[in-house]
Design a binder for this molecule. Structure first.
Ligand SMILES: Nc1nc2c(ncn2[C@@H]2O[C@H](COP(=O)(O)OP(=O)(O)OP(=O)(O)O)[C@@H](O)[C@H]2O)c(=O)[nH]1
Ligand SMILES: [Mg+2]
Ligand SMILES: [Zn+2]
Ligand SMILES: [Zn+2]
Length: 402
């Protein structure tokens, strides 16, 4: 199994709690099956898991053993187990954890900028349509992610046609933040021939209101600081210079102290990242950052024909470099037009690897800002930022030159 270089050097980081540890420190959970000696461990509430994830579940006990191995013998019942769990939060680690790459993707941006909608549509598309374009398969890495993604995200939008409720602040959930973890598989090659290359993807959808104050940002700090890739949403509908250009009937996000203008939101995130030694070099953030302008549908009426932001995007199996740069240039132009020079200067001065994207998760206005429009969900360019991040991290290929 070939692990991209960027991943091979990384210390192990739990995709659920984002704490780091060595493979030796991984612990095991007893299988609970009657052992050959006839004894059996009984399930009980795992307090550690509950404290870290909020999940109160009856589970078999956890014990220490050499985590570099695939299995271990329970000291209490003598039974063998292959269930490896995180030494910090006791989450069940996905199969092949440690041997396959693992990437944390943080979604940040002001309240109501569209983070939850974007993440839901992106994952839905990856699982159903776009995945096949990249010959990629995307599956939930654990039962809890599968259940939560379906019930709390996908069904809300696709089945009940409702916009998500605001994401609950980490302060309210007592700092319990449960990322969604998926397994992303693409064809790869190693010296023995074709192989499937797996990467674990952990998505952390922050609450916009946590990103207003420095304390709030610090609360989400562990997730942001350990991110391998950042998806930063800059909502044009929250920029004074763009709001008046939005099409008639576009639903505009509210205002108030929980809302933070995109430029100031970005300034705080930059400040947080440049205060953290692991995230920057000489004050320049090295984590690839996709700067995404969501809700681009509200501006289609103003775009010229053939603009890279309203043409049919390329459908090839790799990231199309020329197209990506066209979108970047066009979006930078729009940003200037919207009075966003400050955002551009911040990124230029503080981020080593960033790229602009324009997307529409819904493909049109929601009805009264609350329900999916009658024409349904018609995503536009949602995979672009994500695929660019994966290409920056060496997981998917690129074609052409800019
Ligand atoms: N026109 C348009 N509106 C969108 C789109 N995506 C999201 N919206 C609107 O933006 C609103 C907020 O979306 P959310 O995904 O809940 O925003 P969020 O960033 O997760 O907000 P918090 O959880 O409060 O931080 C939605 O209720 C929609 O009204 C889009 O693609 N086009
Ligand atoms: Mg949200
Ligand atoms: Zn046991
Ligand atoms: Zn953990």
């Amino acid at each position: 199994m070939q692990i991209p270089n960027a991943l091979a050097r990384k210390a192990l980081t739990c995709p659920y709690c984002y704490e780091s540890f060595t493979s030796q420190q991984i612990v095991f959970r007893c299988s609970g099956v009657r052992s050959r000696a006839g004894s059996r461990c009984t399930a009980r509430v795992d307090d550690v898991l509950e404290r870290h994830t909020g999940q109160r579940r009856m589970l078999n006990p956890v014990f220490l053993a050499d985590g570099r191995r695939a299995n271990a013998v329970c000291p209490d019942c003598g039974g063998e187990t292959t269930t490896r769990v995180c030494p910090v939060c006791h989450s069940h680690l996905p199969a092949q954890f440690g041997q396959i790459g693992s990437l944390m993707i943080a979604m940040v941006g002001p309240k109501e900028s569209g983070k939850t909608v974007y993440m839901t549509v992106l994952l839905h598309e990856l699982m159903n349509r776009i995945g096949s374009r990249f010959s990629a398969s995307v599956l939930a890495a654990d039962d809890e992610t599968a259940r939560r993604f379906e019930q709390d995200y996908e069904n809300q939008l696709y089945k009940y046609q409702r916009m998500p409720t605001t994401t609950v602040s980490a302060e309210t959930t007592k700092n319990l933040v449960n990322p969604l973890v998926f397994k992303f598989t693409v064809p790869g090659r190693n010296p023995l021939g074709a192989v499937r290359q797996h990467t674990l993807l952990s998505f952390f959808d922050a609450a916009g209101e946590d990103l207003v104050t420095r304390e709030g940002i610090d609360l989400n700090g562990r997730y942001l600081r350990s991110a391998d890739g950042i998806i930063l949403l800059v909502d044009p509908l929250q920029m004074p210079g763009a709001r008046n250009q939005a099409g008639h009937g576009a639903w505009l996000p509210g205002s108030g102290p929980q809302y933070d203008p995109p430029a100031s939101n970005l300034a705080k995130i930059t400040d947080m990242l440049t205060r953290w030694p692991g995230a920057h070099r000489n004050g320049v953030v090295s984590v690839p950052t996709a700067v995404v302008f969501p809700k681009i549908d509200a501006f289609w009426h103003r775009m010229e024909r053939g603009s890279p932001l309203n043409v049919e995007p390329p459908q090839g199996p790799r990231v199309d470099v020329a197209d990506s740069l066209d979108v970047h240039t066009q979006t930078a132009r729009l940003l200037k037009d919207w009075g966003g020079t400050q955002i551009d200067e911040n990124l230029e001065g503080n981020f080593k690897r960033y790229r602009y994207f324009g997307v529409s998760a819904l493909g049109g206005y929601p009805n009264e800002g609350e329900r999916v429009s009658y024409s349904g969900i018609q995503p536009y360019r949602v995979a672009d930022p994500f695929m660019w991040l994966l290409s920056e991290l060496g997981v998917v290929g690129r074609e052409g030159r800019g």
